[in-house]
Design a protein around this ligand. Sequence first.
Ligand code: GP9
Ligand code: MN
Length: 621
Amino acid sequence: MLKEKINKYSFLLIAVVFMWIKTYIVYKTSFDIEIENIGQEFILFINPLSFLVLIFGFGLFMKEKNRNRFTVITSFILTLVLLANMIFYRFFNDFLTFPILFQTNNMGELGSSVTSLFKPVDLLLFVDIAILIWLMRKQNAFGEERTSKKGRSAYFLLAAAVFFLNLGLAEIARPQLLTRSFDREMLVKNISLYHFHIYDGLIQSKTFAQRAMADSNKLTGIENYIKASKKKPDDNLYGIAKKRNVIIVSLESTQSFAMQQKIHGKEVTPYLNQLANKSYNFENFYHQTGQGKTSDAEFLVDNSLYPLGRGAVFFTNSDNQYTATPLLLKKEGYSSAVFHANNKSFWNRDLMYHSFGYDKFFDINSYKTTPETTVGWGLKDKEYFEQTADLMKTMPQPFYSRAITLTNHYPFELKPEDKMLNDAGTSSQTVNNYFQTVRYEDEAVKHFIEKLKKDGLYDNSIIVFYGDHYGISENHNDAMEQILGKKITPYENIQLQRVPFIIHIPGVTDKHPKNMKEVGGQVDIRPTLLHLLGVKDNGRIEFGNDLFSKNRFPFTVMRDGSYVSNKYIYTQNKCYNRKTGETVDVKGCQPLSDKAKQELDYSDKIINSDLLRFLQQRKNE
Ligand code: GP9
Ligand code: MN
């Protein structure tokens, strides 16, 4: 009798077990999930089970033949979910979210990366499905009856029990797991990749609802917070770059460590280092980007708001109303443009730039490319800068412009003739290539400045460089440890999130350069810049502060809730002494942790509920 029952369910059970084991193997081999003790390992092991039992269980409502087909199709779809996450993780060191998944426009461009990220061994993921199909064919004597009601109830009761056991264990291991969703790894670790996707989908629907329900009172509360935390800027520097053209250069994937690094005795960024000595140079400047990478950095630069914790704000909220810099500077008589040799729809830029008020977007169609001038993701930086300067000449002055480089992008490809360093020789080819492409980028920047001088655009401009986000992920910690000669702890990992930030004002900073040690982040770029341009802050809604201000509270929040103050570095639930890197009592950091969370929450609210639209309404009233 029992044997018969088991036989009846065996196909379904085999599929569940296959998928369960497969998910666990993927967890262990493709994701970098930190496990601290055997209890966590156990949760990780059992966490796919309740979802799988449930989802495959829907087959019980079908006749046996359909049920088996349903089982195979479900296995196949779930395997695709695993595969997509594996590939995405290799590049972004992160799990997929719904907003990212819907960015199909990006997939074309991501193509070259995806092919280099896909490994033939990934095909092993489909072995169990092949076995299932073979089993299904072999066993053709299936009955036609459905499972009895009693049988189904028992089955789903079991599924629920497994689910609550899992959730209970997770809640003990990780209180507030579902209310604080910064950390996708934590969710996957405790409730499974599959439940994480469901959870993510629910949040996405909540965002839709939020916008519909918001009113202008919400904005007033946030304005009060901003007013209270803004500090008076440094009067001495007010307007020193008045009416100059603004040229902001995004240095793709460039981290500060590369500027300090020597490879076989050679500097990786000799030109930028030299330029930094004739500029306002910020040593402790952090990127604050999330899943939106380059576009998140652009968002920070133009709005001084934080990007979102999930997805790319360029995609999720491109039809919001913003008070971005191009709009503010229009009132000061500026024209505005972005220069980027990529498709206009990548990162949804065309739509978002429109919302930011840009007059012009010089995309790939404005550039001439040939196979010789193309590498990796597109036009080589040197040629890109050359043509960009020519295009800049066509802009009405003064202009506000942003230039986005591309060559130093994963997988850091370069033509042999452009390689200027000897191979770094670490265990990671990615890291070795990275130094080469950063070195190339440095040369391209030199070329750009020389070209601006030749074209007469240099003297009357303020030129700003910033690194957009990390280029070397934690997956390469071993190689990075060889380079840096020290262990990469979570504390060191935060220090590695520093990116270059250089403000060069010809005729000013070359005479009086400043090397700034203040803690700052991309959110501070706009207020700092607008102050130098002599634009008054009449209650702007922004989270950054003038980095030169004497009274500024030194505090930089990262998108995952980590932060740096002058005393502490907080990350992954631990608080470190910023100077020594030693852990300190996390309780001492609580007020700052609350402030970090508050600030990110406020910024999220502005975006999710599209609160800036009420500014316009106020004006109209
Ligand atoms: C693509 C470029 C790179 O246009 O900005 O984007 P990233 O992958 O770094 O976000
Ligand atoms: Mn980038």
